[in-house]
Design a protein around this ligand. Sequence first.
Ligand code: HEC
Ligand code: HEC
Length: 343
Amino acid sequence: MKKVSVICSLIVAVFFFQYCTKDDATTNNTTTQPVLPNTVFSYVINYPNHIQSSLALNDNTPNYNPLTNDGATLGRVLFYDKQLSKNNTISCASCHKQTEAFDDDIALSKGFNGGFTPRNSMSILNLRFYKSGKMFWDERAATLEEQVLKPIQDHVEMGLTLSELVTKVSSQSYYPALFQKAFGSLTIDTTKISYALAQFCRSIVSYQSKYDSVKQGLATFTANEAQGEQLFLTAGANTCASCHTPPMFITSTPQAAFALLDPNDLGINGQNRFKSGSLRNISNRKALFHNGSIANLQAMFTAVPGIPQHSVPPPDVARLTAFLNTLTDYTILTEPKFSDPFK
Ligand code: HEC
Ligand code: HEC
């Protein structure tokens, strides 16, 4: 008799607990609304000449998905919305943090269920300057439009199916009006979700660093910075610039095998080749290279044994570092149009 009543009260307790947690989850689902400006932010920008001319040559924006202010605004909300993960705990911004130059600050990032990504997160600055449009360290996504749906479906990162995604986005009261403004229709589907996310990502362009002021004739480099730029452009058989092309310092074509020897990950076509994203704001970033094993810029230059193509004589380290520091765009780290609208 005693046993039965213990079991009964246990069952009651379990039901009560489930009821409470469900209730909490529902409350979370419905309370947070994004706060957006009355006049839409400008994401379509006329960049300074040295950036605009590079954009003309390298822009991967497809004709079917031009960047618009309303499209990027919707993309911003989606980018910061935790509803895009299975248990409403993770958004794109969890691993691509504005304060970290849209990168993560640890070697491997944590997904919705506490699991870790197999590779280091990537900074998503200046994506539109990667001519081929191929995304990820191993370039496995052919376009940015294709890429942005991958983390949502990844079983470590966000863990949704595409139909769950559409259902969740459709059930939030704030989305229909944003889709109407962005695409002229209330219909919500995966294509539009991917287009809006891609637009927001493409709008994240750094063009307000000291380097940019110098290129516009508005500032001058110190002696160390100027010598560092010369080293970057000319030193060695393969110059830094031959792989990290100015003014966005993004790889044009990932070169032959050269990088960290990593038996666990051979990158593009298993050839030990990797994409390198933009080096802008590199001084601001932590956990570098595809596996995040290099703590920061200083650690890269002084790694033992040296990383092929990336170890330089000690006197050059200070100059190259001084130059790379000029690539930091402080504005982009706090600019409201790129910030979390749910805060
Ligand atoms: C749990 C962490 C995590 C989340 C959440 C996440 N990402 Fe990422 N992101 C990564 C990692 C790790 C990589 C590199 C993966 C690889 O190359 O295999 C990456 C790579 C990318 C790239 C490729 C950049 C390049 O230069 O090739 C883009 C773009 C991107 N993410 C956008 C997004 C968007 C948009 C979302 C939300 C829909 C998102 N990410 C959610 C961790 C995350
Ligand atoms: C042969 C082409 C090549 C040359 C030359 C080269 N790099 Fe790289 N660099 C790459 C590639 C590709 C990666 C990414 C490799 C990886 O993750 O395994 C990379 C990674 C980096 C990173 C880390 C980027 C990140 O997002 O984690 C920095 C910083 C960097 N390089 C700076 C330099 C500097 C400074 C020089 C000149 C001293 C230089 N590179 C020379 C191709 C090159």
